[in-house]
Design a protein around this ligand. Sequence first.
Ligand SMILES: Cc1ncc(COP(=O)(O)O)c(C=O)c1O
Length: 445
Amino acid sequence: MEKRLPHIQTILPGPEAQKVLALDRQFVSPSYTRDYPLVARRGEGMFIEDVDGNTFLDFTAGIAVASTGHCHPDVARAIARQAETLIHMSGTDFYYPLMARLAEKLAAIAPGDFPKRVYFGNSGTEAMEAAMKLARYHTRRHRFIAFMNAFHGRTFGSLSLTASKAAQRMGFGPLLSGVTHVPFPNPYRCPYPHSPGACQCDRLCVEFIENQLFRTQVPPEEVAAIVVEPIQGEGGYVVPPAEFLRRLRELADRHGILLIFDEVQSGMGRTGRMWASEHFGAAPDIIITAKGLASGLPLGVMIARADLMDWKPGAHASTFGGNPIACAAALETIRLLEEKYISNARRMGDYLLERLGGWAEKHPTVGDVRGKGLMIGIELVKDQKTRVPNPEARRQVAERAFEQGLLLLGCGESTIRLMPPLVVEQHHADFALDVLDRTIAESER
Ligand SMILES: Cc1ncc(COP(=O)(O)O)c(C=O)c1O
């Protein structure tokens, strides 16, 4: 069978795309961050076709959402079947089997060898709001500790935890009080001075909380939860050292603080395990996920230790959260992930990382390549010695890649992230890396 590749047949944006852009410019909120003018009409597997008939290879998965690829036939069938049966009845006030069945499944696959219960919302930020509210409700403590460069969402609670770009917070203060941000262990940009090869930021970042923060500013008895992305997403696809989450777990346990893992982006098989935290051998008290959970239908969940869920009826709910169609899509997504796509993510992630192995030697602007599974970051810098971020190179690379039929997105200050659907095959990976290799070389000229 012939292997499908992208095909660009108009100048970009094409004539139909231009019409949509004009309409969008007039009527849609200008707060969105579109890096290049892709106007999508149809999706299939790894590909997006635009309104002018151009096809693109999608290495963004619609921001890490289309885990089973675009419009996977099994997912589409599950959605269609459910749409003909029951679209909505609100789990807030009524029962339906899919919500209970999905909760049972999520409780079974979430990390931690203890009983769990599940709260349903519609997005990552809603899942985080629920986690924060439950943590406060259960502990009767009000403070949170979060990490610099973290992204947890954009509603007021989760925005108070978010600290990846000032523009996301500017103009919205005052935010929730009682949130303190501490350094995240980033081995490429270690927050603590050290001699070469002797970085110990996982230990030092945790010791900072214990020895500095708790002694001088934040009484640990007032901290409801520590909130962390096991691998930072929007902040730059930063993989912490292996011991970090275990050390955080110990710290939290010492002080009766809850540990919340935000796996909105890193969960649902993206890293080659169901949860990124599995790579680090630590389990949270509360885990949230969204993006890849329902292959594109809006669904965000908060899964907590059952004994924490002592809140009373009326304490928290959402009209649409966990609607039957999203639940049907999620159950089918999880089935597919478990059956074949998580192992594919592992295999293809290894392949991509292996091919990217020598890039820092051959490209003077490639500062760091890092990641797990299909959550891979390539950090571009002005030069490798100073490691000054190079957002202009990243912008150029994303734009040129788009012109050649490859969809990419950035994260952090100047990192390109590779987050294709988990259905990606080797020839897709080869195409993407060839385009990237070329466009990075062009930007270096
Ligand atoms: C780690 C993480 N948490 C939370 C969110 C917020 O999710 P949503 O945009 O669905 O509200 C995101 C979105 O990018 C995320 O990456």
